[in-house]
Ligand binder design. Structure first.
Ligand code: HEC
Length: 113
């Protein structure tokens, strides 16, 4: 009985174990991205390039997939993301999400007076 329970738990857990990205691999793969997004991914080279450090992991993975598929279009990033595999995308997202960042949410009541 115990063995069946353990096997059932392993079967449930394994898809999640493989779903996450590897931040260490993401760090290696992020080297070309630093040219525009900044070495710490917090200091981009111009104001129209977004901060990536500390961004939500699921958002990053989604937006990179959207650039790759063409759902989100941008001449620069479509080219960058087009060369990424699904594994690259989750690895990069895991790496950026774990970096200390300046991103913050401004409560709506402070924007709308
Ligand atoms: C040549 C400059 C350049 C390089 C190199 C570059 N980016 Fe970008 N990146 C941009 C610009 C510009 C944007 C904003 C595009 C837009 O408005 O959609 C952007 C947007 C993004 C976004 C969307 C962020 C958000 O808040 O929506 C992500 C994620 C991203 N880049 C990741 C990467 C990754 C990963 C790499 C490396 C594989 C990379 N970038 C390389 C210029 C660059």
């Amino acid at each position: 009985m115990k063995a069946i329970l353990i096997i059932a738990l392993l079967a449930l857990a394994s898809p999640f174990a493989h779903a996450g990205g590897d931040p260490g691999a993401g760090a290696q793969k992020s080297k070309p991205c630093a040219a525009c997004h900044g070495a710490d991914f917090n200091t981009p080279i111009s104001a129209d390039i977004p901060l990536l450090a500390g961004q939500h992991e699921d958002y990053l993975a989604r937006v990179l997939s959207d650039y790759k598929s063409g759902v989100r279009k941008n001449p620069i990033m479509s080219g960058q993301a087009g060369a990424l595999s699904s594994q690259d995308i989750v690895d990069l997202a895991a790496y950026f999400a774990g970096l200390p960042g300046k991103l913050k949410v401004i409560p709506l009541h402070r924007l709308v007076q």
